[in-house]
Design a protein around this ligand. Structure first.
Ligand code: MN
Length: 720
């Protein structure tokens, strides 16, 4: 019904007894008992929870189950609806549902939970269409979407208790994402109610005015419509066609949308009278068409045969427009009872036909239903559009993820961060050094899952790494990496090889310089290269793992097999050029306070990103145990900003010493962030001063001028 209830009307709440007696009209008693058992389980799980309205939480799942019952859904779907919030909102685990009910119910509830965890509010509005696709793609079983839609419908019905701005946000999400999904699946009854409720919540004033206008107009035209109705009924009776003729009420939101989109006045839309004629079989549809055309003249060019060519959603009917007694248009839809059910319930109507059949697997059926639609679509005008729009389980090979700006990227299943980076842009791929999934730092080889948000961090001087070929799956990523490596100039390959090797050697606390010419020559000879640069080039081209060469050097013995597995690999062996703008990715260790110009080392911490330490920081020796967390970093030459540094100042203990030190620091163009007195004896006071500098040159100037201050006896920088 388009003019749905106002707030405060009593029939919003369904009792479990209402539900079970309704279910008994179409389900066997044993299945109804199962639903009742799910009710007891759900009531227990939600025992101390209340809805915003103050009523016990369980009323919500009962109402959601009731909505699905009116769509005559199967008992597994009703059970899952009863339990749809227990994983999300209670400590209940999926495995418990498998135990208590079965795998099918557990999967359904789990699917709903996953959809619920998607957050639409933070995304670009223009992406609504992609969201619809993603929801469909994420869902293995179409009943998951039906439960989600019923959940949303009940939440919309009870939206009155929300704060207005929150209600408005939920309303626009409903209009942009859920109502179109309902439309795509052909569930028009549910879609229209969603739209009208959302319309009311989003534009309460417009809703009220339009509603009053429609009611008034309806009363005004009553005579006209009842006359037309009688004329059509009379003609059908004379021709002995058994048919149900009903006046078609207008949905407020459709009226509003037409006025808005077509910029036409209310009267133009309201003057259109609509009738629906329901008959027993297809043959009767065409006969009815003939007889209504006999009563009123048809408008040329307005006849549409959706029986021969159904719409994408499976909708079937004959549409025609007649010229009414006063010249106004009369829209007529003619269809069979079965077609009418599909028109109202869309994909859900499928269960209506199947519910009597023994052993029908509904999960399977939904796919058959879609396959049938696909067959239908082959003959229709635009099959590609259908393929585009309804992905579902027919296309399980894709994963949908977001860029930080909310753009959706579609990749083959099994894709990793590297594939994503190349999908964004080949330059992003070529320069990527690190990534975050949903704010959490992850290695580049991490596989992607539906709904994740991926943030790629790049560094200008970073290059593709041969190791990426181990986990890149898209042809775009693999081809780009290969082509980069193939086109490496020998000099670049040597350089890259040297970098890779240097970073591996750091794990052993060494460097090529440290090992010296003698050791390097031995290695070259042993591995059979005429020049050491050839060895480096092979490392750079990915033909020889840097780790094994490093280990060989460190051990001074034979090439070991440590690290030959794919697991423990440094995140990115190239140099990350830290820039001031990359504060989000890279943070500076508080233990040793590195400043530009210092030798530095990066450590990778899941959830925190790359932490840059001073190379001599005592804390990093602990981290040497975890080479996979190492990132080789270097300062970007153009880096700007203020960096904290800690100085230990030993000063003569005399009045005003603090002020003297502070003003000397200020004179050198620095700010004091904090001062702590470390220890005292009678003659000397020790100050630990945290101050900010731009870089090492700034620091040395500052220290030089501090040393000239007479009260300062000793001055040292504290690292770690
Ligand atoms: Mn819910």
């Amino acid at each position: 019904m388009p003019l749905h209830k106002e707030k405060g009307q009593p029939d919003l709440r369904f009792l479990i007894s209402d539900l079970t007696s309704y279910l008994e009209t179409y389900l066997p008693q044993t299945q109804v008992s199962e639903v009742y058992r799910a009710y007891l389980f759900g009531a227990d799980a939600h025992i101390n929870q209340k809805r915003l309205s103050g009523e016990p939480y369980i009323y919500h799942p009962i109402a959601v189950a009731h909505i699905l019952a009116t769509m005559r859904m199967d008992h597994k779907c009703i059970i899952a609806a009863m339990l749809h919030d227990v994983i999300e909102d209670t400590p209940t685990a999926k495995s418990q549902l498998t135990e208590q009910f079965d795998e099918e119910v557990a999967e359904l509830v789990d699917g709903v939970t996953k959809l619920t965890s998607l957050d639409f509010s933070s995304r670009e509005e223009a992406q609504a269409a992609s969201f619809q696709k993603m929801i469909l793609a994420m869902t293995k079983d179409i009943r998951v979407i039906l439960i989600k839609l019923a959940d949303r419908l009940h939440n919309m019905r009870t939206l009155g208790v929300m704060r207005p701005e929150k209600a408005r946000r939920i309303a626009s999400e409903t209009l942009e994402i859920y109502a179109p999904i309902a439309q795509r699946l052909g569930i028009s009854r549910l879609r229209h109610e969603l739209e009208d409720l959302a319309f009311q919540a989003h534009w309460p004033m417009r809703y009220r005015i339009l509603r009053e206008a429609v009611v008034k107009h309806h009363g005004f035209h009553k005579e006209l419509t009842s006359g037309t109705l009688a004329a059509i009924r009379g003609q059908l009776m004379r021709e002995k066609i058994h048919a149900d003729v009903v006046y078609r009420e207008k949905h407020l939101f459709s009226v509003y949308r037409k006025m808005r989109d077509r910029k036409v006045p209310f009267s133009e839309i309201a003057d259109v009278v609509g009738f629906r004629i329901i008959v027993d079989d297809v043959d009767a549809c065409y006969r009815v068409l003939g007889s209504v055309h006999h009563v009123y003249a048809p408008r040329p060019g307005r006849f549409k045969d959706y029986i021969a060519i159904p719409k994408a959603s499976g909708y079937q009917a004959l549409h025609t427009v007649l010229v009414g007694p006063h010249g106004g248009p009369i829209e007529v839809q003619i269809r069979t009872k079965a077609m009418d059910q599909v028109a109202e319930s869309g994909v859900a109507a499928h269960w209506n036909y199947k519910s009597g059949e023994a052993g029908s697997s509904t999960a399977r059926n939904s796919i058959d239903w879609l396959k049938n639609l696909l067959d239908v679509q082959k003959e229709s005008a635009n099959p590609m559009e259908f393929l585009e729009n309804v992905k579902l389980d027919l296309f399980p090979g894709e994963v949908y993820v977001f860029t930080p700006k909310g753009k959706i990227i579609v990749l083959p299943k099994g894709s990793t961060i590297i594939d994503f980076a190349y999908a964004v842009h080949s330059q992003v791929g070529n320069h990527c050094v690190a990534a975050r999934i949903d704010q959490r730092m992850v290695p580049l080889k991490t596989r992607l899952h539906n709904g994740e948000t991926i943030e790629i961090h790049t560094a200008e001087k970073s290059r593709p790494n041969p190791r990426w070929l181990d986990f890149a799956v898209t042809s775009k990523a693999r081809a780009s990496i290969r082509s980069y490596l193939k086109n490496l100039q020998r000099q670049d390959a040597v350089q890259l090889g040297a970098q890779l090797l240097a970073s591996e050697l750091q794990l052993y606390g060494g460097s090529l310089e440290k090992y010296g010419q003698q050791v390097i020559e031995e290695l070259r000879e042993e591995l059979g290269y005429s020049e050491f640069d050839d060895l480096l080039a092979d490392v750079g081209l990915g033909n020889r793992p840097a780790r094994l060469v490093a280990k060989r050097l460190a051990d001074g013995g034979t090439e070991g097999d440590a690290g030959s597995g794919g697991e423990a690999q440094p995140l990115a062996a190239q140099r990350v050029n830290i820039r001031g703008t990359e504060g989000m990715v890279v943070s500076y260790a508080r233990c040793c306070h590195p400043i530009p110009g210092d030798p530095i080392i990066g450590t990778f911490h899941p959830g925190r990103g790359i932490v840059v330490h001073h190379a001599t920081c005592p804390n990093i020796s602990d981290m040497r145990k975890y080479p996979e967390n190492w990132v080789d970093v270097a300062w970007e030459s153009s880096i700007k900003g203020s960096f904290p540094v800690v100085l230990r100042v030993e000063a003569s203990n005399q009045p005003g010493v603090l002020a003297t030190v502070a003003s000397a620091i200020a004179d050198a163009g620095s700010n004091i962030e904090s001062i702590r007195t470390d220890d005292y004896d009678g003659r000397i006071s020790v100050l630990l001063v945290t101050l900010s500098v731009h870089d090492r040159r700034h620091l040395s100037r500052l220290m030089k001028s501090l040393r000239h201050v007479p009260v300062v006896n000793r001055l040292t920088r504290i690292i770690g």
